[in-house]
Design a protein around this ligand. Structure first.
Ligand code: ADP
Ligand code: ASP
Ligand code: MG
Length: 425
């Protein structure tokens, strides 16, 4: 028995898999067969250290977007069931190719779709939530020494239909599997080398954050930092699984996300996030604006649609800010319930963006909100709406201003690369 066999043996003897690592590879990381072979090497490296390895993969490159485009050539109102049936195929291509790449290197491996891996979800197709993972089949494959390659972003409903978890959902699969298997770590391989103070492709002076608590990462992700799906963090946090965000292409340290309580640093604001494509839907002359708000929010949440709902009393109206992808569904809910919710008309507005500054504890720190307004004004950005919570201040602006808004807030709150180096001395 060599060292790695010995380690696995000891771990199994204790009744659970102590040295299980989940590795997740995003779309760009598996964007070509060459890249798939490179990712296979990363799996082999972990395997050769004696770990049991479960790999979770996304569809290759922009495959999912290409599938969505195919649908638009056929219908503007696809059935959700067929949509999920189609979108789930992208990941299925990657699992089989990656498994073949591993087998080609002499490593025993097996691929599983979401349902084969036991990923059970609720029935909200297109945005399903994982309810449980039956890990029996995965564990028995790990026990005989195989690498298990699982299709991210998908599961199966109680009715037996294939469901998808929402765009970017492979992160959720990886973190949920890591929790279900009580893995030691969940490594998220992607096309940037960690989590930054803002999207590094957008803000050249963004700086890398090497360590973040679950809560802080959750706040960044919920407010738009697309590097990790917010629901992935919830799953990891439940069982304290460390998430490590790292580059698929460069061998440099990444960002560790963990459960340790954050020490309050000198800078209360640690990130600037944005959502480029926001839509506003406003319902006018509502008879019972409070009742409408409550019923509407509960309808949105039953469909897992996230949105900010504001009452504007002076106009007796209700405003909703939502992502572009949810617009169609929201408008059809409103149309269906028009008689019940009693509003006179709807106005829709596109080309809006949301910019947020994120901090640890902003309660009672009105100077942050004042600072956001001042900085945006000085940069010539008109604020259409401003909101605050204990972790963020968010401004709604014209989409054409998003770049200058994000850059000015990043600089203004001392997050530019050189400034953060000074602050951490
Ligand atoms: P994957 O396909 O690997 O899941 P994603 O495109 O979903 O990759 O996420 C990685 C992208 O997230 C990066 O290319 C980057 O542009 C974007 N991003 C947004 N905000 C941040 C941030 N704060 N830190 C790092 N990357 C970010
Ligand atoms: N392929 C899916 C998407 O493009 C899921 C993922 O990549 O995480 O959204
Ligand atoms: Mg992603």
């Amino acid at each position: 028995m060599d060292r790695s066999d010995h380690l696995s043996f000891l771990n199994r003897k204790e009744g659970h898999l102590l040295s299980t690592i989940v590795q997740k590879f995003g779309g760009t990381s598996v964007g070509s067969t060459e890249r798939i072979k490179r990712m296979a090497e990363k799996i082999i490296q972990e395997k050769s250290k004696g770990h049991d390895v479960v790999a979770v993969v996304s569809a290759m490159g922009k495959t999912t977007d290409a599938l969505v485009k195919l649908v638009s050539e056929i219908t503007s109102e696809p059935s959700k069931r067929e949509m999920d049936m189609l979108l789930s195929t992208g990941e299925q291509v990657t699992i089989s190719l990656l498994t073949m790449a591993l087998q080609q290197q002499g490593v025993e491996a097996i691929s599983f779709t979401g349902w084969q891996a036991g990923v059970r979800t609720d029935s909200i197709l297109g945005n399903a939530h994982i309810q449980a993972i039956e890990t029996g089949r995965i564990k028995s494959e790990l026990n005989v020494g195989r690498v298990v390659v699982v299709a991210g972003f998908q599961g199966i409903t109680e009715e037996g239909d294939i469901s998808t978890l929402g765009r970017g959902g492979s992160d959720i699969t990886a973190a949920a599997l890591a929790s279900a298997l009580k893995a030691d770590r969940c490594d998220i391989y992607t096309d940037v080398d960690g989590v930054y103070t803002s999207d590094p492709r957008f803000v050249k002076k963004a700086s890398k954050i090497t360590s973040l608590s679950y809560v802080d990462m959750q706040n960044l992700a919920v407010m738009g930092a697309g590097v990790l799906h917010p629901r992935a963090i919830k799953h990891a946090k439940k069982f304290g699984i460390p998430l490590y965000i790292k580059s698929s292409f460069e061998n440099v340290g990444g960002t560790l996300i963990h459960g340790k309580i954050k020490q309050n640093g000198p800078i209360p604001v640690f990130g600037v996030t944005f959502e480029k494509d926001i839509h506003r839907v406003e319902m006018f002359e509502c008879e019972d604006v409070e009742g409408f708000r409550e019923a509407f929010m509960s309808e949105l949440s039953s469909r897992h649609i996230q949105g900010d709902v504001y009452i504007q009393r002076c106009r007796n109206s209700l405003s909703l800010l939502i992502k572009k992808q949810d617009l169609h569904e929201v408008l059809s809910i409103l149309e269906k319930e028009k008689d019940k919710w009693k509003y006179s008309r709807i106005e829709e507005r596109s080309n809006l963006s949301k910019v947020s500054v994120i901090g640890g504890d902003m309660k009672g720190r009105s100077e942050i909100k004042v600072g956001v307004c001042r900085m945006l004004l000085e940069s010539g950005v008109r604020v259409k709406l401003i909101g605050e919570s204990s972790i963020s201040v968010t401004a709604v602006i014209e989409k054409s201003h998003v770049q200058s808004a994000v850059e000015c807030l990043h600089t203004g709150f001392g997050l530019d690369y050189k400034d953060t180096l000074k602050a951490s001395v």
